[in-house]
Design a binder for this molecule. Structure first.
Ligand code: AKG
Ligand code: FE2
Length: 340
């Protein structure tokens, strides 16, 4: 394995090796600048003791999940200091020597800690301009022991992000007309799976030829993402690619495949991708939150009826992840494979 960081640093790269060329559909390069329309959700409204405020917030949250599958979250209560610390810790992990990082080079999809490059070298036709670290951090906490202080920062960060997601899932349950703790109870969220994914995208001399991460949907219920000050995330909305920039001190949140399944298609899992730039390294930190790995996720019976028959087969979270991660990311969501 040759990390993209190593490749970029080793020879002052002037051109892109051909095994990184991604064949792009020309239509895919057209971008639509609709950033102003992307929903922003105020977390403090969702947790407000003023019931009127709260119900307004919940309605906005439901609309964002239904119409976009994506929103920006502000006033979420995770301190800027902790967010910065997490980004710096991520940089410090990738700054370890290749030898130190390779200790964590995992072979299998659900290995508790996996350092690697591209997406899945076993299936990628072209390589992606990305190194990553994936850790399964809840209910069991697995993280590299290096660099110094990394594990403590991750622990603090993932605990906070779980609290935020817990509240969002309550709001989402209510927005569906269900009881506040419906998703928590049905999918045993307290013991749910949480993955931490650090993405490292170094600068590229010809970004238009490569992809950081190609179009995909995320597997779990919700993904919470933050980035250093460089943009690169694009989401698909009504067939158009829209670049997204994080507001200062905000999270970018997308609904995952299992929320689409649970809501029987009412809330959509959004296709997204990451592009790279010529100037500087972009780092993004994602936490993906879902059910426990052995829980079977299917449409909620309360959301299924004669007029709205079940649209997806139930599937164990573990099997779903295996399926998604063992196949090429090919612009199609894995959901297509379990649609009835
Ligand atoms: O780096 C990004 O902006 C996107 C990352 C992402 O989609 C993922 O880790 O699933
Ligand atoms: Fe993603």
């Amino acid at each position: 394995m040759f990390s993209i960081k190593e490749l970029v640093e080793s020879n002052c790269l002037k051109s892109v090796p051909s095994n990184y060329f991604c064949l792009k559909n020309p239509e895919d390069s057209i971008l639509y600048y609709e950033a102003d329309n992307i929903p922003t959700i105020d977390f403090s409204q969702l947790t407000s003791s003023n019931l009127n405020e709260r119900s307004k917030g919940i309605q906005q949250l439901g609309n964002a999940c239904r119409d976009w599958g994506f929103f920006k979250l502000i006033n979420h209560g995770v301190s800027e200091t902790l967010m910065d610390k997490m980004l710096r810790a991520s940089q410090r992990f990738f700054d370890l020597s290749e030898e130190e990082k390779r200790e964590y080079a995992g072979g299998k999809v659900l290995d508790p800690i996996r350092y690697g490059t591209s997406f899945n070298l076993m299936v990628d036709k072209a390589l992606f301009w990305r190194d990553y670290l994936k850790c399964h951090v809840h209910p069991h906490f697995n993280v590299p022991s290096k660099p110094h202080g990394f594990s403590e920062t991750v622990d603090e960060y993932i605990t906070k992000s779980r609290e935020v997601v817990g509240e969002l899932l309550k709001g989402i349950s209510l927005s569906l007309g269900l009881e506040e703790n419906y998703i928590h109870k049905r999918l045993n969220v307290e013991l749910g799976s949480q993955f931490l994914i650090l993405n490292f995208y170094p600068p590229c001399p010809k970004p238009e030829l490569v992809m950081g991460l190609p179009a995909h949907t995320d597997h779990g219920l919700l993904t919470l993402l933050m980035e250093n000050e460089l943009g690169g995330l694009q989401i698909q909305h009504k067939g158009r690619w829209i670049p997204v920039h994080a507001l200062p001190n905000s999270f970018l949140i997308n609904t995952g495949d299992h929320l689409e399944i649970l809501t029987n298609g009412k809330y959509k899992s959004v296709l997204h991708r990451a592009v790279v730039n010529t100037k500087a390294t972009r780092i993004s930190v994602a936490t993906a939150h879902g059910a426990p790995l052995d829980t079977s996720v299917g449409p909620a019976p309360e959301l299924v009826g004669d007029e709205n028959p079940a649209a997806y087969r139930a599937i164990k979270y573990r099997d779903y992840i295996h399926f998604q991660q063992s196949n090429e990311l090919d612009r199609r969501s894995c959901l297509d494979h379990i649609r009835i």
